[in-house]
Design a protein around this ligand. Sequence first.
Ligand code: MFK
Ligand code: FAD
Length: 496
Amino acid sequence: MGFLQDPPQLAHPYREDRLLRAMLDRALPPTRRAALDTDLQALGDYALMAWRRAGQSSRRKPVLTAWDAWGNRVDRIELTEAWQEGPHITTRHAVLAAGHEANEHARLEEFARVYLYHLASEFYTCPLAMTDGAATALKASGNQALLDRALPHLLSRDATSFWLSGQWMTENAGGSDVGNTETIARQDASGQWRLYGRKWFSSAVVGEVALALARPEGAGAGAGALALFYVETMEGARRRPELVIDRLKDKLGTHELPTAEIHLEGLPAWPLGELANGVRQVAPMLNITRTWNAVCATASMARAIALARDYATRRHAFGKPLLDQPLHAQTLADMQAEFEGAFALTFEVAHLLGRVEHGAPQPHEASLLRLLTPLAKLWTGKMAVRMCSEALECFGGAGYIEDTGLPQLLRDAQVYAIWEGTTNVLSLDSLRALAGEQLGTLRRAIDGWLADSIDAHARQQIHAAMDAAGAFLQANGAQREVLEAGARGLAITLAR
Ligand code: MFK
Ligand code: FAD
């Protein structure tokens, strides 16, 4: 047999991650840093095991069985191995519970876990993000009955009592524009609310609960008239008959994630709060899932670059390893530099979230968090696609071949920019976050925050972008449309 190429090897995702370790060393007090180490070591071990396992087995998708042999509707979903392990890994390492500790570092410690777990989890992190978001939105609602009922399950440290939550927003008539929601909430004779309608994208339909937007019967049109409801999907061990799974979607990527189209045929539901302004009530959930998205997009980039870098030491061309070819080395260095920017912004958002929730935040920090969350999501979402594409090219033809496992990185990355608010929707959202009093305060805060860490030209660009945002917020008619068309450019400039 002739020449055989060594496949890339994955270094230990925690022990060999200089960037993650240095950031945690810098940000955490020594006792908390030391206490975190056991979970991160274990999640790094799991990630390495999962990567090796994936290389040895053909990939699997979840399978939906709608009917049993005797004609009963069962809507049973068989999950992949990593998904079956999901509740155990999550609860054993307190992935969600850690983030809800009353400590300003809790979110950073949570997202360090998420960063290590994401790729091994096969997007089990998608419903975990929604579960974290549901817990956060329930807390914000102050609905004590629902908190007592659901929170111990959502934040459980025991797999047998752990519940996953879905997030049922998107319908056929609109995902970005949820004001088109057609699902109706109707009270039955006993006063129990019940939901009727069709949800067009329901990821992780295997969840035990969900938060769902619906229009109370008789309420007006538009988004303001929507209410936010809590639902449970199971009746003991069996799925409630009022929740019908129509089919699992056939997707470009995230194949292991069971994303379903569903019908609600009178599913019992409980409002979180007032029977209107559901978007305002679901916003805490959106901001949490958007932070997860940024962390997971960053994790995908880290994996793609780590593999490409390793391969560059193994593959020879024109008489030397790729790493010794100046242009290839520069390509990898450019990727790493951009990635480190994304990493810094993402974990700054994670840390800021913890400070705003449980620390002693500066007065401007809540506004800064509101702005940086959509910026981090939209910037890392786009960057992940570009970075995974570049990493595939670093492998030459092998990067295009299915059973190297590499194309999956690119296919999966495409989702980060689409769900949880597309790039355009979040560009507009980030401009809204600058509205009113925020602009001046944030401008001063950003100046102080960046201090000497950027050069005069970059500072000028940020000021120009913030001025343009201010102009947009005050403009009307045709002028506003022109400025709105530039919203993505503004958002990307601010994020960068
Ligand atoms: C593995 C990685 C993990 C990631 C997991 C992802 C799982 C994927 C699951 C999904 O994709 S779930 C579906 C996600 N769907 C979206 O994200 C919808 C995208 N569309 C938007 O975000 C629109 O901008 C929006 C629906 C919010 C527009 O609706 P409206 O009603 O026209 O919004 P409006 O008037 O801007 O906001 C209504 C209220 O909510 C306002 O408050 P007030 O009523 O007090 O004025 C807003 O300030 C507030 N609001 C909106 N977005 C907010 C927010 N508040 C805080 N933060 C936000 N982000
Ligand atoms: P549209 O809203 O129709 O958008 C189409 C295009 O128009 C986009 O490019 C968008 O950027 C652009 N656009 C829209 N409005 C504007 C504007 N005002 N200005 C400029 N451009 C605009 N949803 C859930 O609720 N729960 C889930 O569990 C869930 N899981 C998902 C899983 C996967 C794998 C995927 C792919 C999606 C999932 N979604 C889920 C749905 C997802 O949130 C929506 O697809 C997304 O929000 C976009 O909505 P849409 O598909 O209706 O696109």
